[in-house]
Design a binder for this molecule. Structure first.
Ligand code: NDP
Ligand code: 8X3
Length: 252
């Protein structure tokens, strides 16, 4: 395996994954909407990095981008579906429908468009290949305000497992990677719509996971022998654990 396509490469996990893969000898196609951030990564990594500006929620753009990959970059054998976001942390009855739509459009539709565009050639080549989908602990553990975000990540988990079921008998492997609290990315700044102080408070006094922790895990997955499929990985910082079930009591 030697060509990777990483979505959401302009920040956070995606940029770290590109750096780690390139350092390990991969040629990496990095996609995201902010072309200037991808260009900066290109200046840093060099010719092993191909910037591919793209909105994953735009089906036609995804198809065109994949079909238009330059010679020498078409045989993608590692796809990292990382682009995604949470918007808002409101209780469901006060949440904005536009935020829900945006999360579904990016975390579900975007992941599907990219997978659907690349999967046929991955299967037809008949060589070892790997898809890593970024889920989240939010897909496994409900918490206040995660309503649709957690729902999209539960979709990512089940879709990943079903994809692998479809691909049985082919050398294409699928892993869903489900991190918990992770700082140093733009995730909470996006969730809180640019309220950076509120975003920073999420990680105050906590040694959270880092984007490098996630990138090392992706690289490890890519380095497994071709006969090994890791179905799912859930990872948390040691500082994070499980909440108890909540009980709403009547007031006397
Ligand atoms: P960041 O906000 O730092 O990065 C998100 C990336 O996704 C950016 O590169 C952004 O690029 C890209 N992106 C967002 N929307 C689109 C779109 N429509 N089309 C193309 N690219 C898009 O977040 P993280 O690195 O923290 O998160 C990465 C993934 O990991 C997400 O799927 C997230 O849900 C998941 N995750 C994050 C955790 C955390 O605590 N940070 C924990 C568990 C999972 P641009 O804006 O340039 O398009
Ligand atoms: C990101 C982790 O706990 O903010 O998926 O949902 S969390």
């Amino acid at each position: 395996m030697n060509i990777a396509l990483v979505t959401g490469a302009s920040a956070g996990f995606g940029a770290a994954i590109c750096r780690h893969l390139a350092a390990a000898g991969w040629r990496v196609i990095g996609t995201a909407r902010r072309a200037e951030k991808l260009q900066a990564l290109h200046s840093e990594i060099g010719e092993a990095f191909l910037p591919l500006p793209l909105d994953v929620s735009d089906k036609a753009a995804v198809t065109a981008a994949v079909q238009g990959l330059p010679d020498g970059w078409r045989d993608v054998d590692l796809l990292v579906n990382n682009a995604g976001l949470a918007v808002g942390l409101e209780r469901a009855d006060t949440a904005r429908i536009e935020d829900w739509e945006r999360m579904v459009a990016t975390n579900i539709n975007g992941l599907l468009y990219v997978t659907h565009a690349l999967l046929p050639q991955m299967v037809q080549r008949g060589a070892s290949a790997l898809i890593v989908n970024l889920g989240s602990t939010a897909g496994n553990w409900p918490y206040f305000g995660a309503n649709v975000y957690g729902g999209t990540k539960a979709f990512v988990e089940q879709f990943s497992l079903n994809l692998r079921a479809d691909l049985a008998g082919t050398p294409v492997r699928v892993t869903v990677l489900e991190p918990g609290l992770c700082s140093g990315t733009e995730f909470s700044n996006v969730r809180f719509r640019g309220d950076d102080a509120r975003a920073a408070a999420v990680y105050e006094g906590v040694q959270a996971l880092t984007a490098d922790d996630i990138a090392r895990t992706v690289l490890w997955l890519a380095q497994q022998p071709a006969h090994v499929n890791v179905n799912r990985i859930e990872m948390m910082p040691v500082a994070q654990s499980f909440a108890g079930l909540s009980v709403a009591r009547k007031k006397n």
